[in-house]
Design a protein around this ligand. Structure first.
Ligand SMILES: Cc1ncc(C[n+]2csc(CCOP(=O)(O)OP(=O)(O)O)c2C)c(N)n1
Ligand SMILES: [Mg+2]
Length: 334
């Protein structure tokens, strides 16, 4: 979890060089983690289904750095980065992907059901837009208990077409709860481009906030500093009692929808161009003017952390088959 020593106020200062380096390290950790997970998945070691968020790291890192530990998030099917940035140790996430009891969801969840309530992660959701209503509920609870906490929902452009998105934003604004709705707009819903699922230009999707009279804050989702400052401003607004915020971050998915996606629907030239010009890690590396040696040192550090997480996960405990129905509250023999 990146902590930025001096948290700037809304519309306030920029992040120090040290702070940006912290962001760089965390984004690189997320990238190397997801690359390793993809490799182990392709090797057949991980059960389930896998989505990575390569290209979207600045959203996870920038937003979560603006939050306090007691703030809560709900994530999506693309949850590794959000979970790492909110503070779950990577070995507990890796163990979850290996289905081990040491995993953050005790091996019951896998990639699309990463939970860690201790650090405020109320869970990933395989159901598109599934996390949004619960975040309104969490924010309502904070409001009723007079607690200075915010509840944050991550979701994609595709999710803004779901009924629960609209119902949630409507009620959240009506009740003025301290929620932040983070629209992680990568312009795709699986293989469907935004122009085939949105009635307005992809870059204007933030306008959906206007339908609810909700505060809209927008930032370049590839620039972690811009994301962080925008998220700080969103948090401040949400806590002011003026109501929730739609935080619209335009980002790029530099890989397929799922691991193994042949991406036959995607213009190869456009994708290559995005990889060359939109990678948030490369953009920050250039801005920080990191030397090759400095980069190699950092890279070796995070790669070793990721390797250690795989060792931890492989040495973990398999759940007992007889515990399959533990924590199931519905009657099973009715
Ligand atoms: C309710 C529901 N409908 C459909 C799906 C299948 N599905 C999984 S991901 C996805 C696309 C979601 O697009 P978006 O919200 O933009 O997120 P992204 O994948 O781009 O991160 C769909 C349709 C699902 N999981 N849940
Ligand atoms: Mg999308």
């Amino acid at each position: 979890m990146t902590t930025v020593e001096e948290k700037a106020g809304s519309g306030g200062g920029r992040v120090s060089n040290e702070g940006l380096r912290g962001f760089f390290r965390e984004m690189l950790l997320i990238r190397r983690f997801e690359e390793k997970v993809e490799e182990r998945f392709r090797a057949g070691e991980l059960p389930g289904f896998l989505h990575v968020a390569i290209g979207q790291e600045a959203v996870a890192s920038g937003v979560c750095a603006a939050l306090e530990r007691e703030d809560v998030i709900a994530s999506t099917h693309r949850a590794h980065g959000h979970s790492i940035a909110k503070g779950t140790p990577i070995e507990r996430i890796m163990a979850e992907l290996y289905g081990k009891t040491e995993g953050c969801s005790h091996g019951y969840g896998g990639s699309m059901h990463l939970y860690d309530v201790d650090v405020g992660n109320l869970g990933a959701n395989a159901v598109v837009a599934g996390g949004i209503p619960g975040i309104v509920g969490a924010a309502l609870a904070f409001q009723m208990r007079d607690e200075k906490r915010v509840a944050v929902a991550f979701f994609g452009d595709g999710a803004t077409n779901a009924g629960t998105f609209h119902e949630s934003l409507n009620l959240a604004q009506l009740w003025k709860v301290p929620a932040i709705f983070v629209l992680e707009n990568n312009g795709w819903a699986e293989s469907t481009p935004a122009k085939q699922h949105l009635p307005l230009p992809v870059d204007e999707l933030g306008k959906r906030a206007l339908a609810y009279g909700m505060k809209l804050i927008e930032a370049d989702g590839q620039d972690v500093e811009a994301v962080y400052l925008a998220a700080l401003a969103a948090r401040e607004h949400a806590l002011s009692g003026s109501g929730p915020v739609l935080l619209h971050l335009r980002t790029y998915r530099l890989v397929g929808h799922y691991v193994g996606d042949p991406q036959v629907y995607r213009d190869k030239k456009e994708l290559e161009e995005a990889k060359a010009t939109k990678d948030p890690i490369e953009l920050l590396r250039a801005r920080l003017e990191l030397s090759d040696d400095e980069f190699a040192t950092l890279d070796a550090e995070v790669t070793a952390e990721v390797e250690a997480s795989v060792e931890f996960a492989k040495a973990g405990t398999d759940p007992k088959p007889e515990d399959a129905l533990a924590n199931v509250y519905a009657p099973v023999d009715a």
